[in-house]
Design a protein around this ligand. Sequence first.
Ligand SMILES: Cc1ncc(COP(=O)(O)O)c(C=O)c1O
Length: 435
Amino acid sequence: MGSILIKTEIPGPKSREIARERERFVASPMGSLAPFYIERGHGAVVEDVDGNRFLDFTGGWGCLVVGHSHPRVISAVKDQAEKFLHTDFTAVPYKPFADLAKMIAERAPGNFEKQVAFFNSGAEAVENAVKIAKGVTHRKAIVVFENAFHGRTLLTMTMTHRAMPYKYIYGPFASEVYRLPFPNPHTNKMKIGGFEQVLKDNVYPEDVAAIVIEPIQGEGGFNVPPEGFLEELRAVCDKYGIMLVADEVQSGYGRTGKLFAIQNWNVVPDLVSLGKSIAAGLPLSAVVGKKEYFDKLPGSSIGSTFGGNPVACRAGIEVLHIIDEEKLLDRAVEYGKIIDENFKELQKKYSVVGETRGIGAMRAIEFVKDRDTWEPDSETAKAVIMESLQNGLILAGAGIHGNVIRFLIPLVMSEDELREGLEVLDKAIAKVMGK
Ligand SMILES: Cc1ncc(COP(=O)(O)O)c(C=O)c1O
């Protein structure tokens, strides 16, 4: 028997009742992918209020590398909640903040002394990484890439590419943000070896504080930079004194088979922003980087009232223990192979599946109307996501045109669960294609 169990129509009666209240009181732009309401989650399984069971391949939009409600996380959270919930580390400090900082610093790329600052959301981490880069370099400009997603605050919304829905008419946007092409074999706008010239064509390099890049683009569609590109960025940064910031909010924490996705290349960034999976679903984000950079900044110039909350830090410590003890990095590689083989089969079977890509378990398929013109097929991607939902699989879309389906799976799931989910996806594509 599989993990999926559908007992009612979706959404079921209890979910529909909650939806009626929600529609009255919850701000309308805060939509949800699933039409049902969760009662409890465990590992990769979500049970809704009507008793239906789903496999969650979105992992709370990439926050659940260790799955829903891992027992180790729960017991640490309970223990911490009974001791104290909050002080603000800058008022009364506590050990879990320092312990987690040590654990992250020891694991982050770079053979030098590192320090860690904690915040709440991914956007806050990215925004602070940029602030640190500006404080260290005394420069104003930052460089970002096509398809990037960095968050929804004023600065990170500016850094994010997609206008609708993220930027809409919410300008004026932050100044001195320069967007350059991300190398893409289908558009070929940025070639390996050509980055320095493109940079110079857009901005005076000595005016650039940081180049911010997702080592594998998340919301943008799991785009993997071609061999040599990140190395080239590193070299250009070194030449002009620019800081290289890896935004690992989505790509980090194990899903590529390395704790930090950038460790798949021989490139050491100056700063890394982390979020999502680092505290198993509790709000926590971080910036990790060279100690000497932090030493240059005035006291209290970075921080946040709730940043590095003790309960979240305790969860964060458990996440790293779980990744180590349950060998989740190896699991990501192993599951990545299964997903890749399966996606290649889908590509053979269905002409709408134009491409499959990714590293480790961070993998996606892209839907196209035509493999020659590469015209995006967002309608099919959306229909497949909806069909899968009805059959017990929660899937995340992605891509600037919404024509990508990406796997953000909890790595604690069993192989049977992975295969069960892949089968639902296959059948959903077949159904949508009328096969
Ligand atoms: C790469 C990346 N950076 C930043 C963010 C923003 O994180 P948050 O939504 O926690 O602010 C996201 C969220 O999807 C992300 O994928």
